[in-house]
Design a protein around this ligand. Structure first.
Ligand code: FAE
Length: 523
């Protein structure tokens, strides 16, 4: 290209990607307002499950992809994750205090940590921030939903195909594995699981072994002190330094290995505009680790994938609609749910025989399966409470059906959730039934030391819905009223899936992106 042509179009290539630098605009602006303009064919917002799967499959198909992630690239940064007993830089997203579900007694210097919490009137929602999204902070529980429930939630999908192709593909790529029973039975760090299961059986409940993406071969080595400890060193919600196969080690690494993916970390998308030619313009703030904006950038793309997680995707769509007249279908924001998340627990659990264990693995491997009970259907994760001492307390994250869905909208510059105690009433009845039955059979009290009234109705790890597949989008995730915008993340699931959701998010994205590529949507 001749220099004259170059200046006219402002386009030049770096590392195979096309960037558009608006030099004329730059010359006319004072320095503080200079905005760098960047052109990319395909942009993915968010590097969690939906974003990582989309990136891999597009890159394998030979497409160049730019991924924008507001959190840090921890692998590249060289900074270690902190553990639950010694929270440090990774513990919270720009907060002055820790934001764990309990015992927030630690002060912090604001830093772009991996765990964030969004506080609404009746519900607090925890999220992962960083290259890898929720996979960096979650407990790694990799559960395939019951086929019958999947068919009920997604009546228009071919369930046979999902259970024969997309779920197995998801589990293989995520490196899902199961703990060895002998190890579980001998390991002191799993006393909380053994006690939890024995008590559940005594109370007449069924239990199930829960698969995980934490590498159990690594865990057995860490138990023998052959490798650095992570699950046995209270690492999980502030990140795992070892052992866990988070997305940066699986899907994202494979996508980067193709040479077709470029990830911009610490790049927060503020809003989106649709141009006359139906392409998109994104206003993006590049921030430093204190959260300060260090550069304002404008990205242009023909095709856009929104994978910012349920709350991030809804924030971007609804804000852009309110502020930029961004076209939205009426179903955006509808059919939202907390996946029936209801935290509860019991105090005075076996206080005379060592309780639930002074030292606990952070990786859950057991659950109570009461799903087939028509009156009180629920699944309850037997959750660890790794406090470094025995607190004789059992913690459970119940997953219930969501019989009353909520909705999300944008008003006065912020996201509002139509969600209150009426939405969790049935979940509370299930929790009450479960705890009473457990205490009657085993002793113990409702966990007043952890929650007001013993119930954590406001704790949500699994926000789902708002851009439901086939309602706000077409059958493969293309947003209605748009030609080149695709939503591929937890917001596709209508508020409930009956188990921990990331295996389903991965399977759904595998299905959607395969079909979108076959339909030449990214040509
Ligand atoms: P997600 O993984 O949240 O990724 C979205 C990404 O987009 C994040 O990295 C954001 O930082 C980024 N982003 C958002 N807004 C912007 C923006 N404006 N600009 C740039 N980037 C942006 O989305 N699920 C399980 O199945 N098993 C578990 O054991 C489990 N445990 C959990 C424990 C905790 C503490 C938490 C918080 C969640 C847990 N989950 C678990 C839920 C699971 O992590 C979650 O459903 C998925 O991560 C959601 O995947 P998405 O792709 O929707």
């Amino acid at each position: 290209m001749k220099r004259k042509e170059f200046l006219k179009s402002g386009i030049f290539a770096i590392g195979g990607f096309y960037f558009l630098q608006s030099n004329f605009f730059k010359a006319a602006q004072p320095k503080s307002l200079i905005k760098k303009e960047i052109e990319a064919p395909i942009i993915i917002i968010g590097s969690g499950y939906g974003g990582a799967v989309s990136a891999l499959r597009l890159c394998e198909a030979g497409k160049k992809v730019i991924m924008l992630e507001m959190g840090m690239n921890w692998g590249k940064s060289g900074i270690s994750y902190s553990n639950m007993l010694k929270p440090d830089k990774s513990a919270a997203w720009l907060k002055t205090k820790t934001i764990a579900p309990f015992f927030n007694i630690f002060g912090l210097k604001p830093f772009t940590g991996v765990l964030d919490r969004l506080d609404f009137e009746h519900i607090n929602i925890w999220l992962g921030r960083g290259v890898g999204g929720g996979s960096l902070v979650n407990g790694g529980m990799a559960v395939t939903p019951k086929q019958k429930y999947f068919e009920e939630i997604f009546p228009n999908l071919d369930a046979e195909k999902f259970y024969n192709i997309y779920f197995p593909r998801a589990k293989q790529e995520l490196k899902v594995n199961v703990i060895r029973e002998d190890f579980l039975n001998d390991c002191p760090y799993y006393k909380f699981t053994r006690v939890g299961e024995a008590e559940a059986h005594k109370a007449g409940f069924k239990t199930m072994r829960v698969p995980n993406v934490y590498d159990f071969t690594y865990m057995e080595k860490e138990y023998k002190n052959e490798v650095p400890r992570s699950a046995f060193k209270t690492e999980v919600i502030y990140g795992n330094n070892h052992g866990k196969n988070s997305l940066d080690k699986t899907y994202l690494q494979k996508a980067l290995d193709t040479g077709n993916l470029e990830i911009f970390d610490l790049h927060c998308v503020d809003d989106i505009k649709m141009n006359n030619d139906k392409s998109y313009t994104l206003n993006v703030n590049q921030i430093d680790t204190s959260g300060k904006t260090v550069a304002e950038k404008i990205f242009h793309c023909k095709q856009l994938i929104l994978a910012a997680g349920t709350m991030g995707t809804l924030q971007l769509l609804l804000k852009s609609n309110a502020e930029n007249n961004f076209p939205l279908h009426e179903n955006v924001g509808k059919n939202w749910g907390n996946n029936g998340n209801f935290m509860t627990g019991r105090n005075w659990v076996k206080p005379l025989s060592g309780g639930t264990g002074a030292q606990q693995s952070t990786i859950p491997v057991g659950g109570v399966d009461n799903w087939d009970d028509p009156k009180h259907p629920f699944f309850a994760e037997i959750a660890p409470l790794p406090m470094g001492m025995d607190v004789a307390t059992a913690l459970y994250l119940q997953i219930n059906k969501v019989d009353k869905k909520g909705s999300v909208y944008y008003k006065n510059g912020k996201l509002i959730l139509d969600w209150n105690e009426s939405h969790t009433q049935k979940m509370k009845e299930n929790a009450d039934y479960f705890i009473k039955k457990m205490n009657k059979a085993n002793g113990g009290t409702r966990a007043h030391l952890l929650f007001k009234n013993g119930f954590g109705a406001n704790i949500c790890y699994h926000p789902l819905g708002g851009c439901v597949l086939g309602e706000a989008t077409n059958e493969f995730g293309k947003l209605k009223n748009h030609d080149h915008l695709f939503v591929l993340d937890g917001s596709l699931i209508p508020g409930t899936i009956g188990v921990n959701p990331f295996v389903t998010i991965v399977a759904l994205t595998e299905y959607c992106i395969e079909n979108l590529i076959n339909l030449n949507e990214f040509s």
